[in-house]
Design a protein around this ligand. Sequence first.
Ligand SMILES: [Zn+2]
Length: 286
Amino acid sequence: MRMEGREESENVEDRRGMRVPGGRGTGIGCVGLIAVLVISWLTGADPRQLLGLLGAVQQMSPQTQQVPAGQPRGDDPQAVFVSKVLKGTEDAWGQVFTREGQRYEKPILVLFDGRVESACGYTTAAVGPFYCPADRKVYLDLAFFRELAQRFGAPGDFAQAYVVAHEVGHHVQNLLGLSDRVTEMQQRARSQEQANALSVRLELQADCFAGVYGHFDQQYLEPGDVEEGLRAASAIGDDMIQKQSQGYTAPESWTHGSSAMRVRWLKQGLQSGDPASCDTFKAPQL
Ligand SMILES: [Zn+2]
């Protein structure tokens, strides 16, 4: 990406180097949230209550001094890059919402290292980047980009932009009330497979929304960038990860969709630039 001239966002909260209280992290990332949803589906409990319970437990943990979080410094290329991508998503979604007569409420992006506290609990970087609907913040440990390049074989700046834009996509879903609706549907689901299938549609829509951002910021793209993003989408497909980790793939346990699906929906958003074309819930075929 050629990001010279791209403004930075004012909504980055740099918590790197801050001590986070608490020992073991009780991760509640994309995966953790799904765990809560599954528990609530099994027990019939309101997931918001479960999340609240987690929050209450967290609050009982001892507090350490809080260093005020600031904006990333200008001599920090990777943080500046993320901040510019975030600004790109703000502009893109700002335009989309304005067109619909709505106001886009921007999310905060929190940079952390290792462990972080959010309204969704304590989380370790092991869960990967995540969005917490309860505080409307995206959480990102920049070390994930190294993992993306090395473990998943998906290097490149647009691969990173896709990751940020995917999490922002979850924020948009939250604003549109889609996340709540899916949670309700998951509570009514008759099986874990059905609940997983809903999660896949939600995740693929976030991929498509990431593509919508890419469409708006295409003047910053260079040849090869789109391929970088598609490679990343493919590398983090459930089938790919399952094959790597267990040697086979079990579609009924997918929560994010296959490589082919993720590529398809990212492409869909990139080409259309229209979130209305991202209705994975109506699509007969993913
Ligand atoms: Zn996601």
